[in-house]
Structures are given as C-alpha cells and as structure tokens.
Design a binder for this molecule. Structure first.
Ligand code: CA
Length: 229
C-alpha cells in the first residue's frame, strides 16, 4: 500500500489534498499539527512520503521536517508553502525536504509531484544492477543505496542518493540541470529546475570538504553540474 502522511492545519485544504491523493491510489494518514504528525509517523513506520504544511500553530513544518530527518533519511518529504518568502527559506533549505509545492496548486500537479517522489523514496524502480561504485574518497553501494566518504557513512535522502549515483556513473561529464531533473525526478515532473540546485547545494554540504568551494560537484556555468576534480 502506498502510504502517505498529510500535515495541514486548515481542514478545507487538507480535505482537498486527501481526496486527490486517495483518487491517486494513496492510503492517506492525516495530521493537523506538527506534534500529531510526528506521532502518526511513529505509529506508521511504513509511510513513504510526507507532505508538510509550513505555517502551523505550534511547531512549524520546517521544524517537523528537521525532526523527521534527524532519524529518517529515507522518507520523501514535500513542503507545502504559501508565500514567496517561505519558498526562499526552503531554497536555503537546511531542513532536508526533497521538494516543495507552492499554494495554490492543482490536484494534477500535486499528485504528479507525490508520484515522482514516491518512486524515489520507495526505491522500487530500476534497482537491478547492484554493486559498488568506487571513486576515492567515495564509495557508493547501489545495493544498500548508501554512500561512504573515507569509510564514514554519509546520510543521504533518496533524492540526494539518486543524484550522487548519476554523478558517479558519469564522471567528468557535464550534466545539464534539465537532464538531472529528468533522471532524478522523472519526465512527468511539473516542478521548477531550481529544485535541482537546492538539492545539490544540500548534497555539497554533506560531501564536500569545503562546501563554499566545491571540488567534487563542480558548477558548469549556465548549464549544470559536473562530477569531477
Ligand atoms: Ca497552514
């Protein structure tokens, strides 16, 4: 069963989201506060994706995201944001979300975004070729979907892992942002290409020796990124 958590304090928006996700074949667990969301996640460890509203009474959606990520790097997280400044915060994104949807959104858009992330978080896709990709100081294990740097485990979200795998499979090749978007999020993704930059910024914080002067994931100006040093 495709289980998803929806955290939204406004009941009209929550119902709208829930109805559309149910139509899309999801089993939806609802929460109206951050505290309740964390409780539901404990009760349902098989939840694969969480949709988190940002503006909430009590702890906000960013804090919920941070607390989820402290113990769970596998779950897919989409933030529901209402305003431009919230989106900037997400773009500055230290909280660990994989994607964001700005209100108001269409049901088709929302479900497509959830579908795309669910495929990643579910890890059910093309897992076939298994083994290891080794590139000093990194070791990517495609069976466990894990990354090590100098023998130390680097905790990655599923999206970050998929980006990392794409880079390590294409050493020295400039990859356009659109190409990364297509490969990681899928051709049917509705979102903006900016999400690629956001995730790469966060990935750099985790893998680079000096994230402000990256040497592993380098920027190809006006085009995209390259795995190469
Ligand atoms: Ca709200």
């Amino acid at each position: 069963m495709k289980k998803i958590l929806v955290l939204e304090d406004e009941s009209s928006i929550r119902s709208f989201v829930v109805i559309n996700l149910c139509r899309g074949g999801y089993d939806v667990i609802e929460a109206e506060s951050g505290e309740e969301a964390l409780k539901r996640l404990n009760e349902h460890p098989d939840i694969k994706v969480a949709l988190l509203d940002v503006m909430l009474p009590g702890i906000d959606g960013f804090e919920v995201c941070r607390r989820i990520r402290a113990t769970n790097s596998k779950i897919g997280i989409i933030m529901l944001t209402a305003r431009a400044q919230e989106m900037d915060k997400v773009t500055g994104l230290m909280t660990g979300a994989d994607d964001y949807v700005t209100k108001p959104f269409s049901p088709a858009e929302l479900v497509a975004r959830v579908d795309a992330l669910f495929r990643r978080a579910g890890g059910d896709a093309e897992d076939a070729p298994e083994g290891e990709i080794w590139k000093e100081p990194f070791l990517l294990n495609t069976r466990n979907r894990t990354l090590e740097k100098n023998g130390q485990r680097v905790k990655l979200t599923q999206v970050e892992y998929t980006i990392m795998k794409m880079f390590m499979e294409n050493p020295g090749k400039a990859l356009s942002r659109e190409e990364i978007l297509d490969t990681v999020w899928g051709h049917d993704y509705f979102g903006e290409v900016k999400i690629v930059d956001v995730n790469i910024r966060r990935l750099r914080l985790k893998i680079e020796d000096n994230p402000t002067n990256p040497t592993y994931i380098t920027t190809v100006w006006g085009y995209g990124y390259k795995w190469g040093f």
